[in-house]
Design a protein around this ligand. Structure first.
Ligand code: NAP
Ligand code: HSE
Length: 431
C-alpha cells in the first residue's frame, strides 16, 4: 500500500458530513481501489466547538491557513458553498500545490476561469462532479466518456428541491410552503432556498452543463431564468386534466442557425415523456450526441450521501493519480467562442391561463388577438368561473417567444381580459 493521502475538508454541513461518513464506512474498499489509505486530516468550520455527527476523531479548525500551509494535505475538498470565501480558498489551495475537489456550482457558473488557469499553472487537478446532479455521474461523462460526440442538446431536471416540491404538490395537493419546509429539512435546499425556487441553482447547473457539452464558456448571465414561484395549484390541476405534469427544466441547445440557447423554466411535459416520471429528489439529464444518439443519466440530485458519492468519486480519481505519480490535468474544455440565441427567438408551444368577461363573443376576440400576433391556437378550454369571470386555458402551437410577448401585451389591452394568470411553456420533445 502507498502512503496515506490526506484531505483538508472545507465545510462540514450536509455534504461535508456525508463525505466524512462514507470515507469512514467504506474506508477498506476505497483504500483497495486507490492503492493507498485516504483520510481526512483537518476540517474547516466556522464554529469548532459545535457538536457534529461523524466528526469523532477529526481535527476541526477555523483557520484556512492551517490547512493551506499543511504540507501533508494533498487534496482540499471545498464544501462550504457560495462565492466568497470559497473561491479564494480554492485559488490559495491550488497555488499551494494542492488538488481541489468541489461541489460548488456558484463558483463554477460565475467565476471558474481563473480557477482552471491556476490549476493548470500549478499542475494540479480541479474536479467538480458533485456540482451538477448530486450523485449522478454527468460531469465526467461530458468531459471524458462522450468526447467523441458533437453534442447538440442537454435537457434535464437538475434541481432536487423544486422537483420534490412539484411532485408533492402534484401527488398530494400539498401547499407550496409545506413542501419547501420538508425539502429544507431533508437537506436538499440551498442555504438560501430562493436560489432553488427562483431557478438560479438550476441555471448555474445549466451553465456548467452547456459549457462542457458545447465547449464554449456559458455563465449564469447567459442563462434565461424563470423559477417555480408563480406555479399555482390551479396550473397543476390544469396540467393533470390535460395529460401533462409541470417540471422545472434546464434546456441547453446548440444549433448552427440560432447559436447556443440555455434556459431554465417550468414547463408542461406530456405524461408519457421520459422526464415526466422523474419524481421527488431524483434528477435526470438527457444528452443528445451525433455518435451516441440519446443518453440519459438518472439518480438522486441532492442530499448528504448521494452528493458525497460524487465528491468521493473525484477524491478517488485524484488519489489514484497521486498514488501512480501521474497528472492528467484535463482542465478547461471551453476551446470555442459561440454566439448565444436571444430568448425572444426561442420557440415552444405555450399554456396561457386567463380570466375574461363571461359574455358572448369574448372567445372570438381572444382568438383574433392571438391570430393578429401570429400565434396559432391548438386548443381552448373553459371550465371554471372565478369571481364572475370565465377562466380560459389556451394551448398554442409552436411559436417564437417574441410573438407570445406581443400577444400578452395585446391581450392585456383588451377590455374583456381581466387578468393573464400564467404563461408556461409546453415542451413536446426532449431530444
Ligand atoms: P451546508 O449544510 O450549509 O454546510 C456548509 C458548511 O460550510 C458548514 O459546515 C459551515 O460551517 C461551513 N462554512 C460555510 N462558510 C464557512 C466559512 N466562511 N468558513 C468556514 N466554514 C464555513 O451546505 P451543504 O448543503 O453541505 O452544501 C455544500 C456545497 O455542496 C454547496 O456548494 C452546495 O451547493 C453543494 N451541494 C449541496 C447539495 C445538497 O444536497 N445539500 C448537493 C449538491 C451540491 P458551520 O457548520 O460552522 O456553519
Ligand atoms: N439545492 C440543490 C437541489 C442541491 O435541490 O438540487 C443540489 O445541488
Amino acid at each position: 500500500m502507498g502512503k496515506t493521502i490526506r484531505i483538508g475538508l472545507l465545510g462540514f454541513g450536509t455534504v461535508g458530513s456525508g463525505v466524512a461518513r462514507v470515507l469512514r464506512e467504506n474506508a477498506h474498499e476505497i483504500e483497495k481501489k486507490v492503492g493507498a489509505p485516504v483520510e481526512i486530516k483537518s476540517v474547516l468550520v466556522r464554529d469548532t466547538k459545535k457538536k457534529r455527527q461523524y466528526m469523532e476523531g477529526l481535527h476541526a479548525t477555523d483557520s484556512i491557513d492551517e490547512i493551506i500551509n499543511d504540507k501533508e494535505i494533498d487534496i482540499v475538498v471545498e464544501l462550504m458553498g457560495g462565492m466568497s470565501p470559497a473561491h479564494d480558498y480554492m485559488i490559495c489551495a491550488l497555488k499551494a500545490g494542492k488538488h481541489v475537489v468541489t461541489a460548488n456550482k456558484d463558483v463554477l457558473a460565475e467565476s471558474a476561469r481563473d480557477i482552471f488557469d491556476t490549476a493548470k499553472e500549478h499542475h494540479v487537478e480541479f474536479m467538480f462532479e458533485a456540482s451538477v446532479g448530486g450523485g449522478i455521474p454527468i460531469i465526467t461523462p461530458l468531459k471524458e466518456c462522450l468526447t467523441a460526440n458533437r453534442i447538440s442538446e442537454v435537457v434535464g431536471i437538475v434541481n432536487g428541491t423544486t422537483n420534490y416540491m412539484l411532485t408533492k404538490m402534484t401527488e398530494c395537493g400539498a401547499s407550496y410552503d409545506a413542501v419547501l419546509k420538508e425539502a429544507q429539512e431533508k437537506g436538499y435546499a440551498e442555504a438560501n432556498p430562493s436560489a432553488d425556487v427562483e431557478g438560479l441553482d438550476a441555471a448555474r447547473k445549466a451553465a456548467i452543463l452547456a459549457s462542457l457539452a458545447f465547449n464554449t464558456r456559458v455563465s449564469l448571465e447567459n442563462v434565461a431564468v424563470e423559477g417555480i414561484t408563480h406555479i399555482t395549484p390551479e396550473d397543476i390541476d390544469y396540467a393533470t386534466q390535460l395529460g401533462y405534469v409541470i417540471k422545472l427544466l434546464a434546456i441547453a441547445r446548440d444549433t448552427p442557425e440560432n447559436g447556443v440557447d440555455v434556459r431554465v423554466h417550468p414547463a408542461f411535459l406530456p405524461k408519457e415523456h421520459p422526464l415526466a416520471s422523474v419524481n421527488g429528489v431524483y434528477n435526470a439529464i438527457y444528452v443528445k450526441g451525433n455518435a451516441i444518439g440519446e443518453a440519459m443519466f438518472y439518480g438522486q440530485g441532492a442530499g448528504s450521501l448521494p452528493t458525497a458519492s460524487a465528491v468521493i468519486a473525484d477524491i478517488v480519481s485524484v488519489s489514484r493519480d497521486i498514488e501512480r505519480g501521474i497528472f492528467r490535468g484535463i482542465g478547461c474544455t471551453c476551446f470555442e467562442t459561440k454566439k448565444f440565441c436571444p430568448v425572444a427567438k426561442t420557440e415552444s408551444d405555450y399554456y396561457i391561463r386567463l380570466l375574461v368577461a363571461d359574455e358572448p363573443g369574448v372567445l372570438g376576440k381572444i382568438a383574433t388577438t392571438f391570430g393578429d400576433q401570429g400565434v396559432s391556437l391548438k386548443s381552448v378550454i373553459q371550465t371554471r368561473v372565478v369571481d364572475d369571470n370565465a377562466e380560459i386555458v389556451v394551448i398554442t402551437h409552436h411559436v417564437k417567444h417574441e410573438r407570445i410577448d406581443k400577444a400578452e401585451r395585446a391581450l392585456t389591452d383588451l377590455p374583456v381580459v381581466t387578468k393573464i394568470s400564467n404563461v408556461i411553456r409546453v415542451e413536446r420533445t426532449v431530444v
